[in-house]
Ligand binder design. Structure first.
Ligand SMILES: [Zn+2]
Length: 204
């Protein structure tokens, strides 16, 4: 059996590099850290999911997870893999809301595109990224959380990088997202972390 190349998980997906509609991972695995608020158990590709589950075990051991929090607002996963169809329905929902507010279809599409990826352009369709935080909604306020400080120093050890860092907005095409982490495997995560690069810079 041939060894798996280290860059199997380096896949780049963004507006310029969309992922095909039929590209659905076959090894989706459940994430133990899914937020316990009734949402479906989130998934990622097997290797990424096992690494993330290991990271949550470590966070739990270190006391970062408050499982007794009555509002369920402990640090947890809010979104993992999303299918093309799910992203399409998400985009449509937001678009109709803006159109109901008086925008033309063109205006609504432009407005939604600022914050929501079009179907086929979301990294969430790869099954290699995850949104996780300890807030009600994903906001940059999460960067003040002790868990974020820990992630900034340790996520790479589990193969994860912060995908849309502060100061790299022009290159990634996305606003700073302290909650969105991407699995690239430990080999590349260490190099990306040490060099202070974003994925676009690293793969080019
Ligand atoms: Zn995300």
């Amino acid at each position: 059996m041939a060894p798996v190349p280290e860059d199997e998980y380096l896949l780049l997906v963004n507006r310029e590099h969309p992922i095909g509609r039929g590209n659905a991972p076959e090894d989706l695995t459940e994430l133990s850290g899914t937020r316990a608020d009734g949402r479906p158990t989130q998934t990622m590709r097997k290797c990424a999911a096992m690494a993330l589950n290991a990271m949550f075990l470590e966070l739990d051991r270190l006391g970062y997870l408050d499982r007794t929090s009555p509002d369920g607002l402990t640090f947890s996963v809010t979104s993992g893999y999303r299918s093309y169809e799910y992203q399409a329905s998400l985009f449509e929902t937001y678009k109709s809301q803006y159109m109901a507010g008086g925008m033309t279809e063109e205006q609504a599409i432009a407005r939604v595109s600022r914050t929501t990826a079009r179907p086929g352009e979301s990294e969430h369709q790869t099954g290699l990224c995850v949104d996780m935080h300890d807030r009600l909604c994903a906001t940059t306020e999460f960067e003040h959380s002790p868990v974020f400080a820990w992630l900034s120093e340790n996520a790479w050890k589990f193969g994860f990088i912060l995908r849309y860092p502060k100061g790299k907005e022009e290159i990634t095409g996305y606003s700073y997202e302290p909650w969105h982490y991407r699995y690239v495997g430990r080999f590349h995560a260490e190099r990306i972390h040490r060099a202070g690069l974003c994925l676009e810079e690293y793969v080019s």
